[in-house]
Design a binder for this molecule. Structure first.
Ligand code: ADP
Ligand code: ZN
Length: 735
C-alpha cells in the first residue's frame, strides 16, 4: 500500500455510489469540497471530492487518476458537504446529482469560481478625440467612445456593453485598430458588503409582538420557532427586529421565500429596514449574476441572502439565523428530479449549524403544528392583526339558490358594486387560468381531451387555442366538434372568462387579470403588482399568485368564485390545502383602516368544512384534521414515501413496481405498509403511463432503512431499465 490517498468523488450520474480516484500525478492533493475533472467511462466529468480515504475496495490497478484539480481551496465547507450528504441520504437521491443541484450552473460546468471577464476601456488617445466630429460620420462608434469615457479607467464588462449597445462589437473593431479603446481581461467584480440607504425605523411592536420577539431572542442556539400569526399580525416586523440583532452581531441571515417575483414588497422592506442590500438567489437571474450572489454568500460579504428553495444549498461563511417565510407554501418542495423540501432541509441545516430558525405562516402546515404539540418546536402565536386592522368577515353565497352567470352570482355582483362605490378595491380569486376548463359539443357531448394525457384541454380565448396544462400541448380553437361537426361551447370558468364577465358588468372600471399567462413577459408581474398596490386597478382577477403575502392597501372585498374544487379532493391533504388558500387570499382584504369582506361561492354550503372554517377559523380546521389523521394514521402521525414509475406502456410501469414490492417483502419489517402498485391519479401524462407504490410507516428509521435497501436493489435490477423511476420522500401530493 502506498500512502497516496484515494479520493472519494461524487459524479453527476444517477447512481448512489461515490467513485474512487487517485489524485493527479503531480501537484497538491485536493481537499474535500474541491472540484476535480475525472475520466468517467469514455467521457470527462466534473466531480466533487467528498473525502479522502486510505484505501479502496477496487484493486490498485483499476483506480483511475483524476485529470485536474479545479479549485485551490474547497468550494464547499465541511458543513456544506454535510448538507449535501444529508440530502442524498434522506431523499435517497444520487449524491452526484445533489452536488449538481447545490452548485450554480457555471461551477457545475467546471468553470472557475472567479471567472475572468472580457472588459473594454478608453485609452488616453480615445479620451482626446472629438466625439461630436466622430458622431457625424460613425454615430455607433461615437456612442461606444462616449460610454467608455463615462466608465473611466475601470472600463466596462462586455456583458454590460451587450445590453447597452447591442452592436458595439462592430464599432469596437475600428476603434481598437486605431488605439482609441483597448480590450483586456479582469476578474469578475466581487459583490461587496453593500449597504443600502439609512435604516428606516419600524412601528413600535405591540404586546404580542414584543412577547414573540423576546422568545425569539432567548437563544442564539438551535431552536425551531413557528411564528403562527394571522395575516397582517406583524410577523414580518418581528422577524425584522430579530434579524437586526443578528446583523449587529456580524452574522449572516438566510431568508427563504416562496417566489421572489411574487414578493417584491418583502425584499424592499428587508432592504429598507435592515439597511442592507440583500443578495438575491432565484431562477430569474443570469448565470453570472447567480454565481456572484453565491460567491458573496460564501465569502460572507453578503450579510443577507434571500432566495427561493435552491438557496438552501448556498454556502454561508458565518450563519446566524434562517428564516422561512410562508412555511406552508408548496413551492418549497421540488416536484421533480431531486424531490427535496427546502423548508425541511432548512430545519436540518439550522440544527447542524446550531442556529435558530424561524418559520412563519398564517396557515401553518399540520407537520409544523404537530411538532409544536410534541414540544420539539416552539409555537409562537400572534392572534390579532397589528395596527388595529380588523379581521375580514367570511360569508358563503349558495350558488344553488343564487346561480352564477359567467361565474359571478348576483349577491357577489352586488357586493362588488357596493365596494367599488365606496372606493374600495376588489379581488376575484379562482384557481384556474384560461377561459374555460372544458370544451364540450352541444350536440354529442364530446369533450376535447389531450392526446398525450388523461386530461381535458383548456380553452384559451385570447390566443384562440386549446391547451393542455399538464404537457403543454396546444392546438387552434375550432368552433366545430371533432366528432360530429356541431357547434362546441366552453364549459366552466377560468380567469379569462371571469375577466370578460366583469368587463361587461362593470364598464368604466379598471380590471386587471394576474395569472401565469398574463405575467409571462419580463417585468409584467412587477408592473401588475405595482398597479394593484397603488390602487390603479379597481378589480383584480387572478389565481393563487394573488394570494401570496401581498399588501394591497385599498383592497376591501375578496370574492372566491369556485371554492368547491377542494371540498371533495382525493388527497388526504385537500381540506388543509383548501383552508390555507382561502385564509391566505382572504388575508389580502381589509389590511388597513377599512374592514374587509370575503364572499365564497359554493354549491355545498351545508358541507361541514364551511362551518368549521367560518366559526372556528384555520385553528379549528387544523385541530379537526390532526384528530382525523391520528385516527386514520396519515402524516404527520406516520411517514410516507412514494416510488413512482413511468413507461411507454402500462405493463412495464406496473411490473417494475411489482419487482420493488417483492424486494420490500424480503427486507421484511412489520411497521412498514406497502400500498399498490396502482395507476397514478392522472395515469397518462405526456404520453407516458404512470404508476406508484406507497410506503408508509410510523417508524421513520424503519422506512428509511427499507428505502435505502430498495434503492440499492433497484439500481441493479433489469426491470428498472424499461422505466423512469424516482423516490419521493414526504410527498406533498399523492399523484
Ligand atoms: P404579516 O407579516 O403578519 O402579514 P406585517 O409585518 O406585514 O404582517 O404587518 C402588517 C401591517 O401592519 C404592515 O403594514 C405593518 O407595517 C403593520 N404593522 C405591523 N406591526 C405593527 C405595529 N406594532 N404597529 C403598527 N403597525 C404595525
Ligand atoms: Zn397533455
Amino acid at each position: 500500500m502506498s500512502d497516496t490517498p484515494i479520493l472519494k468523488v461524487a459524479v453527476n450520474v444517477p447512481l448512489s455510489r461515490e467513485f474512487d480516484y487517485l489524485p493527479p500525478a503531480s501537484g497538491a492533493v485536493p481537499a474535500a469540497g474541491c472540484r476535480v475533472q475525472v475520466p468517467f467511462g469514455r467521457r470527462q466529468q466534473v466531480g466533487m471530492v467528498l473525502g479522502l480515504a486510505a484505501d479502496s475496495a477496487l484493486p490498485a490497478g483499476k483506480i483511475r487518476r483524476c485529470d485536474a484539480v479545479l479549485d485551490d481551496a474547497p468550494l464547499l465547507s465541511a458543513q456544506d458537504l454535510w448538507l449535501v450528504r444529508f440530502t442524498s441520504d434522506y431523499y435517497h437521491h444520487p449524491i452526484g446529482e445533489v452536488v449538481a443541484a447545490a452548485l450554480p450552473s457555471i461551477l457545475r460546468q467546471g468553470k472557475p469560481l472567479c471567472p475572468r471577464v472580457e472588459m473594454m476601456a478608453i485609452t488616453a488617445a480615445g479620451e482626446a478625440v472629438d466625439i461630436a466630429a466622430i458622431a457625424s460620420r460613425a454615430p455607433k462608434q461615437a456612442e461606444l467612445i462616449a460610454a467608455l469615457v463615462d466608465a473611466g479607467g475601470d472600463g466596462l464588462e462586455a456583458n454590460v456593453l451587450n445590453e447597452m449597445l447591442p452592436t458595439w462589437r462592430r464599432s469596437a473593431k475600428a476603434l481598437l485598430a486605431k488605439g482609441l479603446i483597448l480590450a483586456f481581461e479582469a476578474r469578475a467584480p466581487e459583490m461587496d458588503e453593500r449597504l443600502a440607504a439609512a435604516r428606516e425605523p419600524g412601528p413600535t411592536l405591540n404586546d404580542d409582538q414584543q412577547q414573540a420577539l423576546s422568545i425569539l431572542r432567548s437563544s442564539d442556539r438551535f431552536g425551531a420557532y413557528l411564528l403562527d400569526g394571522v395575516t397582517g399580525s406583524g410577523k414580518t416586523e418581528v422577524y425584522l427586529q430579530r434579524m437586526h440583532d443578528v446583523i449587529k452581531q456580524g452574522k449572516q441571515i438566510l431568508v427563504l421565500v416562496p417566489e421572489i417575483g411574487l414578493t417584491p414588497q418583502l425584499v424592499d422592506r428587508l432592504r429598507a429596514r435592515l439597511g442592507i442590500e440583500p443578495a438575491l438567489l432565484h431562477s430569474g437571474l443570469t448565470d453570472t449574476a447567480r454565481l456572484a450572489a453565491w460567491r458573496a454568500a460564501r465569502s460572507g460579504a453578503a450579510r443577507l441572502v434571500v432566495g427561493t428553495r435552491s438557496a438552501i444549498f448556498t454556502p454561508l461563511r458565518n450563519p446566524g439565523l434562517i428564516v422561512v417565510d410562508e412555511e406552508h407554501d408548496l413551492s418549497f418542495k421540488q416536484q421533480e428530479g431531486l424531490r427535496y423540501s427546502a423548508r425541511d432541509l432548512a430545519i436540518a441545516k439550522a440544527k447542524h449549524l446550531d442556529i435558530p430558525i424561524i418559520l412563519g405562516s398564517a396557515t401553518p402546515t399540520l407537520e409544523m403544528l404537530h411538532h409544536c404539540r410534541n414540544g420539539t418546536y416552539k409555537h409562537i402565536v400572534l392572534p390579532v392583526r397589528a395596527g388595529g386592522a380588523k379581521p375580514p368577515t367570511l360569508r358563503l353565497i349558495d350558488t344553488v339558490r343564487a346561480p352564477a352567470t359567467d361565474g359571478i352570482s348576483q349577491p357577489l355582483a352586488d357586493a362588488i358594486s357596493k365596494h367599488l362605490d365606496d372606493g374600495g378595491q376588489v379581488l376575484i380569486f379562482l384557481n384556474r387560468r384560461g377561459f374555460a376548463p372544458t370544451l364540450i359539443c352541444s350536440s354529442c357531448g364530446h369533450i376535447a381531451g389531450c392526446g398525450r394525457c388523461d386530461s381535458r384541454l383548456t380553452v384559451h380565448a385570447h390566443k384562440q387555442q386549446l391547451r393542455c396544462h399538464h404537457c403543454g400541448f396546444n392546438r387552434p380553437l375550432k368552433e366545430q366538434c371533432d366528432e360530429c361537426g356541431e357547434i362546441v361551447r366552453p364549459l366552466g370558468e377560468g380567469t379569462e372568462r371571469i375577466e370578460e364577465s366583469l368587463l361587461s358588468r362593470f364598464p368604466g372600471f379598471v380590471i386587471r387579470r394576474i395569472d401565469s399567462d398574463s405575467t409571462q413577459r419580463k417585468g409584467a408581474m412587477d408592473a401588475a403588482l405595482k398597479s394593484a398596490t397603488a390602487g390603479e386597478a379597481d378589480i383584480l382577477v387572478g389565481t393563487q399568485m394573488l394570494s401570496k403575502g401581498h399588501h394591497f392597501p385599498k383592497l376591501t372585498l375578496v370574492g372566491i368564485v369556485n371554492a368547491d374544487q377542494g371540498l371533495f379532493g382525493t388527497d388526504f391533504r385537500s381540506s388543509e390545502r383548501m383552508a390555507q388558500s382561502i385564509i391566505q387570499v382572504a388575508g389580502r382584504a381589509g389590511r388597513e383602516s377599512r374592514a374587509g369582506e370575503v364572499l365564497i361561492q359554493t354549491a355545498f354550503p351545508e358541507n361541514k368544512f364551511w362551518s368549521t372554517l367560518i366559526n372556528g377559523g384555520y385553528r379549528q380546521v387544523t385541530n379537526d384534521a390532526l384528530a382525523e389523521r391520528e385516527l386514520t394514521r396519515w402524516p404527520p402521525f406516520t411517514r410516507l414515501a412514494l416510488l413512482r414509475s413511468a413507461a411507454h406502456n402500462r405493463a412495464d410501469a406496473h411490473r417494475f413496481l411489482e419487482v420493488a414490492r417483492r424486494h420490500l417483502a424480503t427486507s421484511a419489517n412489520e411497521t412498514l405498509r406497502v400500498l399498490g402498485p396502482v395507476d397514478a391519479p392522472m395515469a397518462r401524462k405526456a404520453g407516458r403511463h404512470r404508476a406508484q407504490l406507497l410506503l408508509q410507516s410510523a417508524d421513520r428509521a424503519a422506512l428509511h432503512h427499507a428505502l435505502r435497501e430498495l434503492r440499492r436493489q433497484l439500481e441493479n435490477d433489469p426491470a428498472a431499465r424499461k422505466v423512469r423511476w424516482s423516490i419521493d420522500v414526504d410527498p406533498i401530493e399523492l399523484i
